[in-house]
Design a protein around this ligand. Sequence first.
Ligand SMILES: Nc1nc2c(ncn2[C@@H]2O[C@H](COP(=O)(O)OP(=O)(O)OP(=O)(O)O)[C@@H](O)[C@H]2O)c(=O)[nH]1
Length: 213
Amino acid sequence: MLLEFYYRRPILVSASDSIYKSVMLVGDSGVGKSCLLVRFKDGAFLAGSFISTVGIDFRNKVLNIDGVRVKLQIWDTAGQERFRSVTHAYYRDAHALLLLYDVTNKASFDNIQAWLTEIHEFSQQNVVIMLLGNKADSTHERIVKREEGEKLAKEFGVPFMETSAKSGLNVELAFTAVAKELKHREMKEPNEPKFQLQEYVNKEMKGVGCCRS
Ligand SMILES: Nc1nc2c(ncn2[C@@H]2O[C@H](COP(=O)(O)OP(=O)(O)OP(=O)(O)O)[C@@H](O)[C@H]2O)c(=O)[nH]1
């Protein structure tokens, strides 16, 4: 069963009113990748014991972006080191990467640079990357300030926002923002201005303490 996951590749076919895109969730083990995906797909939060992803898994979700059906195939990767070679094989098929750290876990934040190095080594050159500081609901346990996340993202030239799979904060927005970017890249009219992902996120983003899903 597991081997099937290892060798399956996304099949991406286009129709005029639909586009098919592949999004990968990456980051250290325990940052909340699976929970973010479940929140986005099912609107639920899986509280309780933490079960690490084995290898790689995926879910599909269709978004309507400005009248176009954007079919997202979302790949949830295992953050554990021992599955890294499996994950590497999938990078080159990804159109967008959501790179997560956990705001209550400094090591996961410190590892972002290493993740970006790996992403640049294995993914397509024009892949859309967005940095997400997850578990923003954990106000008392927070170690990484929002400003630190913003600074790091600026340093690496990637858009950034904080999310919470638990409260739903900005989860829909994270996926919608990358879907919009991908749709604009594929279907941009000659005179249409470039889509500004960070500007869009800044306008739509909710602060910590809110419960937008
Ligand atoms: N407070 C809080 N806890 C969260 C949030 N997201 C995930 N968690 C918890 O963090 C733990 C790890 O979540 P997962 O989604 O399994 O983490 P993962 O990144 O998929 O981990 P791997 O599969 O090992 O790579 C679980 O106990 C979740 O309940 C969040 O937004 N807020």
